[in-house]
Ligand binder design. Sequence first.
Ligand code: C2E
Ligand code: CA
Ligand code: CA
Ligand code: CA
Length: 279
Amino acid sequence: AMEQKDASICFYSSDIKEGLHERARLESDLSKAIANNEIEVHYQPQVSSKDGSIIGAEALARWRHPVRGLVGPDTFIPVAESSGLILEIGNWIMKQACFQAKRWQLQGHTNFRIAVNLSSKQFTNPDLFDEVIDALTEVELDPHYLELELTESCVIEELDTALLTMKKLKDLGIALSIDDFGTGYSSLSYLKQFPMDRLKIDRSFISEITSDKESQDITKAIISMAHSLNMGVIAEGIESVEQHSFLNDIAVEELQGYYFGKPATVSDMDKMLTANKNK
Ligand code: C2E
Ligand code: CA
Ligand code: CA
Ligand code: CA
């Protein structure tokens, strides 16, 4: 019996070792990904609920790994966060997004903003403010065309510092939104203090919105709360015409989801924007 026990311990520990090994390899590959030009930014259109016209895009990171192929952010962003690489990678993504936003502006797509996701490590990084200014000035992008998406966990820890950072960013002229709204610790009293431009209603509510009364009620409550706090609302994860018309009926002004367009490469986004302009 003793032997069997030892064997099983041995099995598990080598399993864990394998996992650590795998993670270390991923981390080491990731540390070279920027230099090797392997990080890509894709863009998912955000549209006006009224007429479906494109009003912006969310920047979503992809990693084109030489062996593994296209790696999604749910796999590599956590590795980037735990290793600290997110600061370098996140800053690179923000610069790319600002560069594209400027490029699209110059092509005549005005009234088009870019939303960039910030992880909490980036948000609490003391260099964030200077990096945002650098990214904007490097390409001479008007700050009004940049939006930063924060999650509730980003802003609820160290509330006073977070409020100060948000205020500084707002004073620069950029927009702020709360991502995945409804899934975290959102409390009315907190929300009231945040200088937020927009709430993003999480996909988990939207996916049930045509079938589940509770999701409908929560969504309606989020909208009226946001509007009474002078915040805009964008719903994410719209996949069907029924979801679109329901959200349109309850006055959600902006929408994002596969129904309008999946995250796309720059050249596919170019095509979508050209078609949008000629509409
Ligand atoms: P998120 O910020 O909530 O981004 C929305 C995710 O939902 C994206 O997944 C998008 O492709 C997906 N999505 C959009 N519309 C639909 C839809 O209609 N149906 C379904 N099923 N999914 C939809 P993605 O690109 O895999 O990103 C996953 C998460 O990774 C993001 O969630 C975000 O938290 C994180 N992430 C992505 N890019 C970055 C980045 O540049 N920086 C940071 N810090 N995090 C990022
Ligand atoms: Ca987001
Ligand atoms: Ca989200
Ligand atoms: Ca999410």
